[in-house]
Write a protein that binds this ligand. Structure first.
Ligand code: PLP
Length: 479
């Protein structure tokens, strides 16, 4: 037995190593703003440094930490640098990281209420809090006919919404016989690619996804949506699902939820609202209007793992009627049967998602919301938006640069007045410097640089330094 016990860390040793890891992370956080944000690494370079031989015998823990420093960290994009302004934030916070540690340490499986009642009940409770923070309609709360669940990603949330919509429109027959092939879904040309992926996986077929045109602010045209629905009905097809976005990925545009919602109501289509990043802004009363029209939605999701200081993965997915979701996804093999599930008095979250197993993710939100309080979260989000507004003001006054889309929340889209080649060169130069990191998109076929402000610890001084760097390169850019 000793031979086996000696393989493990004792609880005391675990604590000692744990302290070393926390100290290691403390040093990382203290240093991260001094690192190159994007690594300067060639493909294969990291792998070549990794020990080639399998460790047949266990190694010293200190060797692992050494290799983290020497091999892994230099190969990272530092998403937690306050100079990271690319893609979207994937921000974290200390309470969230500590909760993740507790979740991993407890190592429970929350697939059924019975497999850890506290996991399910905390999740329901915290998601009802989130519904209150966002002022969602009552029917999205678990105390009514709807409820929230934590998914790994907005992509999974969209897939679940598409499947529930598919089943509802086909009276739950697609699960039995396969999808009839006449179902049609709608999104805009600016909708995130995860919806197209969900349409593929759910067996709808990407040819049956209509990408509706957008206006000059990149928001879906409701009239074009309705015209397309009518055309599809005339062609003998069955419209069933619309995805509206609150804060599109490329430019943070807002689809008009009220108009789209009324159309969905009239034609009895499932309305899913994807507010992956921007949804967080609705925690501030002055930005809650971005969700006006959510009353029409059948489902809604946003990602605290983007902009609400909760490390990946944590997508909050709400449904107005949990029956359609659960009936679409439930399956009950003998080995999962238990009294509580049979009595129908509990939530079994495995029926609200694709996988069976599930982690204790609500701990992260619970720690974060309790640590910061709603007011604390609002303060940080407001600050990010104020910084973006100030940055957009500087762009407006620039001789070399111009805004490429309205700045509404924490994203600023801009380009070089010299045209696409200049913008592309400018972005390459900026990112090559390693001092800050930005990313790009295309709007109206034109190359656009995106500056997204949302890392937990980004302050005014970081945005000012970013601006100095951008200006310096913009003045020098020649193609
Ligand atoms: C609007 C929108 N929806 C969905 C996603 C996908 O998010 P996830 O990685 O959680 O699937 C993103 C990510 O960029 C997004 O911006």
């Amino acid at each position: 037995m000793d031979e086996i016990n000696n393989l493990h860390l004792t609880p005391k040793e675990f604590e000692e190593k744990g302290k070393q890891v926390l100290s290691w992370l403390r040093r990382y956080y203290e240093q991260v703003e001094n690192y190159r944000v994007a690594p300067d690494i060639k493909p294969g370079e990291i792998r070549a440094k990794l020990p080639a031989n399998l460790p047949m015998k266990g190694e010293e823990f200190s060797n692992i930490l050494r290799d983290l420093d020497e091999i892994i960290v230099p190969g990272l994009m530092h998403w937690q640098s306050p100079y990271f302004f690319g893609f979207f934030p994937a921000n974290i916070s200390a309470p969230s990281v500590l909760a993740e540690l507790v979740s991993a340490g407890l190592g429970i499986q929350g697939m059924l209420w019975a497999t850890s009642p506290a996991c399910t009940e905390l999740e329901s409770h915290v998601l009802d809090w989130v519904a209150d923070i966002l002022h969602l309609p009552e029917r999205f709360k678990s105390t009514t006919q709807g409820g929230g669940v934590i998914q790994d990603s907005a992509s999974s949330a969209a897939l679940c919404a598409i499947i529930a919509a598919r089943e509802r429109i086909t009276a739950y027959e697609s699960n039995l016989h396969g999808c009839p092939g006449k179902l049609v879904a709608y999104a805009s040309t600016q909708t995130h690619s995860s919806v197209e992926k969900g349409i593929k996986i759910a067996g709808i077929g990407t040819r049956n996804l209509r990408l509706i045109g957008v206006d000059d602010k990149f928001a879906m045209h409701p009239e074009l949506l309705e015209e397309q629905i009518k055309r599809d009905i005339s062609a003998g097809l069955t419209p069933f699902f619309v995805c509206a976005t609150v804060g599109t990925t490329s430019s943070c545009a807002f689809d008009p939820l009220n108009e789209i919602g009324k159309i969905c109501q009239q034609y009895k289509l499932w309305l899913h609202i994807d507010a992956a990043m921007a949804g967080t802004a609705a925690i501030c009363p002055e930005y809650r209007h971005i969700l006006d029209g959510i009353e029409y939605a059948d489902s809604f999701c946003f990602n605290p793992h983007k902009w609400m200081f909760t490390n990946f993965d944590c997508d909050c997915f709400f449904v107005a009627d949990r029956h359609s979701l659960v009936r679409s996804l439930t399956i009950m093999p003998e080995y999962l049967k238990n009294q509580a599930s049979s009595a129908g008095t509990v939530i079994d979250y495995r029926d609200w998602q694709i996988p069976l197993g599930r982690r204790f993710r609500s701990l992260k939100l619970w720690f974060v919301i309790r640590h910061y309080g709603v007011e604390g979260l609002q303060t940080i989000v407001r600050n990010h938006i104020a910084l973006a507004r100030e940055f957009a003001g500087w762009i407006k006054e620039s001789n070399e640069l111009e805004l490429a889309a309205p700045q509404l929340l924490n994203l600023v889209c801009f380009r070089h007045k010299g045209g696409d080649k200049f913008s592309e060169q400018l972005l390459n130069d900026i990112n090559h410097s390693g001092k800050i990191f930005l990313s790009h998109t295309k709007l109206n076929e034109r190359f656009v640089i995106r500056m997204c402000i949302g890392q937990t610890y980004t302050e005014k001084r970081h945005v000012e330094l970013a601006w100095n760097i951008i200006q310096e390169y913009a003045k020098k850019t020649t193609v």
